[in-house]
Structures are given as C-alpha cells and as structure tokens.
Design a protein around this ligand. Structure first.
Ligand code: N01
Length: 582
C-alpha cells in the first residue's frame, strides 16, 4: 500500500453529513470559494481528485509549463497582505512557482482542513423533496448540501486521441495535462511529441535539450510570440506593490481583465512602414499583448493578415530549413486559436536531432510497439508525449453524473452546446453554481480575477437566500435563452469564432460547434452581473416561504464595480460590440 492509499484507508467515508455547500475542485476557484464560504459563515466540503491544491497547476507539470499572463497580475486580489507578502521570481511564473503560491494560500488561510484530496466526485443529484444536492464520491462519501458549486476548471479534462495501439507501445506515454509527479528523464531517449498547441510549444524546446531525438507530429501549426521572460524586476515589483489595488483596478477595466499597452487604431489605417514598426515594437514586448498592436486584428480579416504575415516572416527568419519553416507557418487567422507564447520554440527546429512531421494530410494511423505510424512510415520512439489538449469548458462536467430537476442530466441538456445564464447557473439545476462556467469570460480573461468575481457574487447570493429564507435559486428559461443568444452574437462578431479551436469544441471530433466562453469583455460582463444583482437577481427565480427578489445586504461584490477603460475602445467599437479580447 503506498502512502496515498494508506492515508485514504485511514479516512473513513463521510456518510449522511450535511453541509451548506459542496465545492468540486480545489484549484484557484475552489480554494477561493471555500475561503468566501467560511468568511460568510457557511459550512463547506471541497472534494479534489488530485493529491493537493492548485488545479491546472497541480496537473500540468510538463517541462516548460508556465503562465502566459504576467505573475504580478495572475494572482489573487482579495487579500492586501497576501499581495504584499508574496514575491514572484519571474515575469511569467513557471508551474512550480504557481503551485507553491497555491500551497502558500492553502496554508495561510487554513483551507486544507475542509478539503478531501484524492477524492473524485462521481454523482451530484438534486433531491426535489428536500431541495438539497446529494453528492457521492469514488471514496464512498455520501453527503448532502444546499448548494453544489462546480470549480472544475475550463481545461482539466485531458484529451487523449483515440489512436489504435496505445496499449502496444513498449515505452511510457504521457499527457501534458496529467504529467507524473516524478521527474521524467529524457536523456538518451527518442521522444515523439504529438500536438503543437501551447503545451507542445512550451515543452518541445525543453525536451529537445535532453533527448537524443525528438519527432514532433504537427496537425495544425500555431502562431507563437516570444515571451521574453526574465527574472522579476525588483523595481517593477516595488512599484506595483506600492499601490497594488490601483494596478488591479486598471486591469479590471480592460476587456481581458489584464493590463498591458493597447492601441485601438485600425491596422489598415497605418502605412506599411508604420505597421512594421508597430508590430516590431509589440513583438519586442512579447507574449499575448502582441495582439494589442491594433484594435481591429480580431475583427477584420485583412487587418489580421498583416499581423499574420509579420509573424510568418519571423518564423522564416528563425528556421533555417525553408521547407520546415513553411510547415511551421500557419495559414489561418492570427490569434484565432489561442495565441501561444514561446521561449526558443522555432529555434528548436534548427537542431539536427529535431524532426517535424506533418500529419495534416496523413493523420496518425496507429501507435505500435515501437512508435507512431503516419503516411505508412513508422517513427520509432522510446517515449510518447501527447500534448493533445483538453475537452475544454464542459469536459470536466461530463465526467460527473449531474442530475437536476425531473431527472434532467446536465450532459444531455448540453448535448448541443452548453446553455447557462451568465455562465453562473443553468435552468433545471437549482442551487447549482459554476465558477468560470461556459458563457462567462473565463479563459478569455484573467482567470483568477474571473474566479474571484464569481465566488464573491455567489456568496452574496447565498447570504441573501439565507437572509430571506429562500430555498432555491434557478434562472428563468427566458433569461438563459437571451444570454446564450448574446454570447453567440458577440462571438459571431469576432474572427475567433471562425476557426476550429477548442474555444468552439472543434478540437475533438463529435463535439457540437459552439463558441463557449463569453467574448464581450470582462468589465461589460461584471457590470451585467452587478446589474442583475442590484435589480434583485433579475432573471432568477427564488422558491421558499419568504423568498424575495431583492438586492443582497452582504456585498462582497462591491469590490467589482468597474468601468470599461475607454482608452482601449472607441465608442464605435462599443456600439458594434467589437471589444478586443486577446
Ligand atoms: O492544447 P491545444 P494545449 N492528431 O488544444 C493536436 C492553455 N495552456 O494543451 O490544432 C494530431 O491548444 C492539436 O492539433 P489541431 C491555453 O489556453 C496555457 O496545447 O487540433 N494532433 C493541437 O496541435 C491553451 O490554448 C498555457 O489540429 C492532434 C494540439 O494537439 C490551452 O491550455 C500552456 C490530435 C493540442 O493543442 C490548450 O493548450 C499550456 C490528433 N488526433 C496550455 N488531437 C500557458 O501558457 C489533437 N492534436 C498558460
């Protein structure tokens, strides 16, 4: 029996215990939700499938894993003391540092006592006779709670492509999103990497530093902008910490909830020479903010092509072999799939032991004992790394049998794409909340800010229900339909809705094609949530003897009053709902 099993064996399953809330997941969402619940006098149990806190940053331990949002902004904002006491070592933190931060938060706020690790929730069922959720886990727990809160993350359900022969392969097979805890040593090995999204682009250069041979199987090339990562500049850190709330406020007013230089003028109004200089300046800053070089890059195809061509020229300038460079040059919309942020990715293809195999026309046929077969050729390998992404946004919900009113199954309800009101709740599932659920800004905004705003809103709503004696809350079908329509409307305005990305579920065959996150902008979304609350939870129905639609008295949400920063938008852009989201 290993240590984890021993610990589990010692933990007796909880049966018949009642909580105010069960929270699924102890990533950044579940951790802050738990903190809020406790601060507001609610009892809670958090279940976490992993052996520790951190969610995404617990699972994604692959070499090179790093955040693509600046560390000073990718952190909790709820505690000024936490802001002041924590120091990030790099501009863009590597995974171990972010996990260390998550652990620090768990210790500092004494969260662990209410979390059950190594425990996967299997079913959550709404009981209409008691108006409570019954929750079961794979460790035998059977508990009930008034509220069921999903903090399952947007990119947590790993996508393992259904290749024949995985079991035949003689060596280890790893998925980047389920990376082992012990160090994987690539020294002297031949490594096959499948997938060239962010995870592939971050890991390939590091794997290539160690391995004897690396074969990369690429189905679609991606655009990547250099991170130009560096050690944290102490002067920058000091300046931010001198007035952290001001930096947070500036960031929240931005469509992405992240502050960085942004130019709203249209690319096509500039001369070619001006554009070149502008792109170079933004390239030199690096990372996702490159998309802020012009305001219309994600709305006008012709404008986008000017950025795309600039990026292709950068690839050709780095990669020595013109045929390899051609293969690496995407021909689709720049930034349509999530833009990647790299460190030495293209340079890696100049190394003699790194080979790029195009599987666009000849898909991978099967895995054999010795390697990967495509186009009738077997590429031998000792290790296979699948950097093949996730069943995004809804995949983690599908892993749990969630049953609402009248036996309604959530996966069934979302068969044609997720339907939510504000990404917070969904009709037929009373007292069921989702942190950064589909239909909310989530992956298109600063995740941690989105998480905090959602948890604050939820706990205010729960306090209101406690105060008024409300038994249940559930959105109206009319408002849910209107929100889904709005989510689709703003998505259609952006070029982002046009390509086959995980944003639309197109990375996995058979999934419905629906743009899942809300692309209308973080401040616009936050204000809508506030308005709904101020209007007495407009669009929601309460049930219970004294239930009433009125604004809440407890208002953690007050810290989320934001104005859209008009420095990054013109009135015309707002009128046309062209809110640039990087
Ligand atoms: O996953 P992806 P990811 N045969 O879906 C390929 C976040 N993240 O883990 O494009 C061959 O982007 C697939 O090909 P195609 C970030 O939001 C952030 O890299 O579907 N190939 C693609 O190349 C990111 O966007 C960071 O044609 C197959 C790749 O696998 C998101 O997570 C770091 C295949 C999957 O790319 C997901 O990134 C890492 C098949 N059958 C991740 N199936 C940060 O920097 C799939 N592919 C914070």
């Amino acid at each position: 029996m290993n240590a984890v099993d021993e610990q589990l064996a010692q933990r007796a399953p909880e049966v018949g215990v009642e909580f105010d809330a069960v929270v699924v997941g102890a990533g950044f969402g579940g951790m802050y939700m738990l903190h809020c619940l406790r601060q507001n006098g609610f009892t809670a149990r958090v279940y976490e499938a992993g052996g520790g806190v951190g969610g995404t940053w617990y699972w994604n331990r692959y070499p090179g894993a790093r955040c693509d949002v600046e560390s000073m902004q990718y952190s909790y904002s709820f505690s000024e003391e936490l802001d002041q006491e924590w120091s990030w070592s790099e501009k863009y933190s590597p995974q171990p540092d972010i996990l260390e931060y998550a652990n620090h938060v768990a210790d500092r706020f004494e969260l662990r006592q209410d979390i059950r690790f190594d425990t996967r929730v299997t079913t959550a069922t709404f009981d209409e006779t008691t108006n409570r959720w019954s929750v079961e886990t794979d460790q035998g727990d059977q508990v009930s709670a008034k509220f069921c809160i999903m903090a399952v993350g947007c990119l947590s359900a790993a996508n393992m492509p259904p290749f024949d022969g995985f079991d035949d392969f003689e060596g280890p097979i790893y998925h980047t999103g389920e990376w082992p805890h012990e160090e994987v040593d690539f020294t002297g090995k031949r490594v096959a990497v499948i997938g060239t999204g962010s995870s592939g682009i971050q890991s390939i250069p590091i794997i290539a530093e160690q391995a004897d041979a690396v074969t990369v199987f690429q189905r679609t090339p991606n655009y990547a902008v250099p991170a130009w990562n560096s050690k944290m500049d102490p002067e920058y850190e000091r300046k931010v910490k001198a007035d952290y709330p001001a930096m947070r406020a500036k960031a929240r007013a931005r469509p992405t909830g992240i502050f960085f230089p942004f130019n709203i003028t249209p690319a096509l109004e500039a001369s070619e020479a001006e554009r070149e200089a502008q792109y170079q300046e933004f390239w030199d800053r690096g990372g996702l903010p490159f998309l802020g070089a012009y305001g219309d890059l994600l709305f006008e195809e012709e404008a986008n092509e000017t950025a795309a061509e600039f990026a292709r020229r950068k690839i050709r300038a780095v990669v020595d072999d013109p045929e390899v460079a051609d293969l690496l040059c995407p021909d689709n919309i720049f930034g349509c799939k999530r833009l990647c942020v790299d460190t030495g990715y293209y340079e890696t293809y100049n190394l003699p032991h790194v080979k790029l195999v195009d599987v666009a026309k000849n898909p991978i046929e099967r895995i054999t004992q010795k390697g990967v077969v495509t186009g009738g050729t077997e590429y031998e390998a000792d290790i296979i790394v699948c950097a093949t992404g996730f069943a995004a946004m809804t995949g983690s919900f599908d892993k749990i049998r969630i049953t609402g009113r009248d036996g309604l199954d959530l996966t069934k309800k979302w068969e044609a794409g997720p339907r939510t009101y504000l990404g917070l709740s969904t009709v037929g599932f009373p007292n069921f909340f989702m942190i950064t659920g589909p239909g909310s800004p989530s992956v298109l905004a600063n995740m941690i800010q989105s998480i905090e705003q959602h948890a604050d809103w939820m706990v205010d709503c729960m306090s209101h229900m406690r105060e008024t004696g409300a038994e249940t809350i559930e959105p109206t079908l009319e408002e849910e339909d209107a929100w889904v329509e709005h989510v689709n409307e703003v998505a259609a305005i952006s070029l982002r809705s046009t390509c086959s990305s995980w944003y639309v579920g197109a990375n996995i065959p058979g999934r419905p094609r629906v743009f899942m996150p809300y692309i209308g902008g973080f401040p616009i979304y936050v204000n809508k949530c506030n308005e709904v609350m101020d209007n007495g939870y407009e669009g929601f129905l309460f049930e219970g003897a004294k239930a009433t639609n009125a604004p809440p008295k407890v208002r953690n949400t007050d810290r989320w009053h934001v104005e859209l920063d008009m420095d990054v938008l013109s009135p015309a852009m707002v009128a046309e709902k062209k809110v640039p989201i990087i």
